[in-house]
Design a protein around this ligand. Sequence first.
Ligand code: ADP
Ligand code: MG
Length: 325
Amino acid sequence: MASEFELIRTHFADLGAPRSDVTLGVGDDCALLAPPPGQRLAVSIDTLVCGSHFLPEVDPETLGHKSLAVGLSDLAAMGAEPAWATLALTLPGDLATGSAPWVAAFARGFGTLARTHGVRLVGGDTTRGPLSVTVQVHGFVPDGMEVRRSGSRPGDLICLSGTLGDAGLALRELAAGRAPDALLRARLDRPTPRVDLGLALRGLATAMIDVSDGLAADLGHILESSRVGAELALGSLPLSGWVAQALEQGADWTLPLASGDDYELCFCLPAQQVAALAGLAERSGCPLAVIGHIRSGQGLVCLGPDGQALNLARTGFDHFRAADV
Ligand code: ADP
Ligand code: MG
């Protein structure tokens, strides 16, 4: 079995993009980092536990990608520029044996995404036990330019990147013992954090969140923090062909509204900024849709494609309960 130190040296000592603001990275008791003056450090941490967040037979390269992607998605949702990551890895002994191909593949997935976004792995912890992965990400945002959840105002447009419900559909297919289309499966396994879009929305979006628990729940967080309500036009939700077809075949609106792992950005924009959307979509390389608007009061009202309010409270999702439909 590779010693813990060999594992770290071989797989994690030189991972991600080199950065001049890392005075000292992996290898000492602490990393020494030099955040740029005038910027806030944005920090977020997520844990993925085997059996809860991924299946034991997960492809390790995919897990490496996803464990960093979920953190980068949080930075994007704040308008922060990714810089550093730390990684706490708990591994069952059999995954760390010999040349530890599992760990090598995990590091490959993590490192490839890290380099794409200029992120350096600067430290971590490696322990033996049931498989789990914790990643903390650190990014920068100029003081006062962060996009919080709390800034949306009545009249703002509610906008969304990409498409909704793909990861949820892939998961349903897998749970039913069917193999989803490879591109659909990639929406579950290899989410694309919308980092460039998050940066482009600094100073423009009034509120933003990444959709990790389903649009209804996550937009609900914006509404609560901003003390506002919202009206969504379900017919305007951006859907892939797969999800649109599933809806035609009897799936209900909980698929795009309440299944998790989308990692798209939901943001609010003053209505007079609507003309900026086309340029933002082009600059960030990601389609954007207007899906509703913020209104005074509280709760989320969903209008069906026929213009009738849908009573989604019956579906049992908390954030629909306050809606006056
Ligand atoms: P300590 O005993 O002081 O906690 P460790 O043996 O845990 O030190 O770690 C030694 C060095 O390796 C530290 O710099 C730590 O940040 C780094 N490290 C340990 N595990 C990982 C990992 N999974 N990824 C990146 N760096 C790691
Ligand atoms: Mg340690």
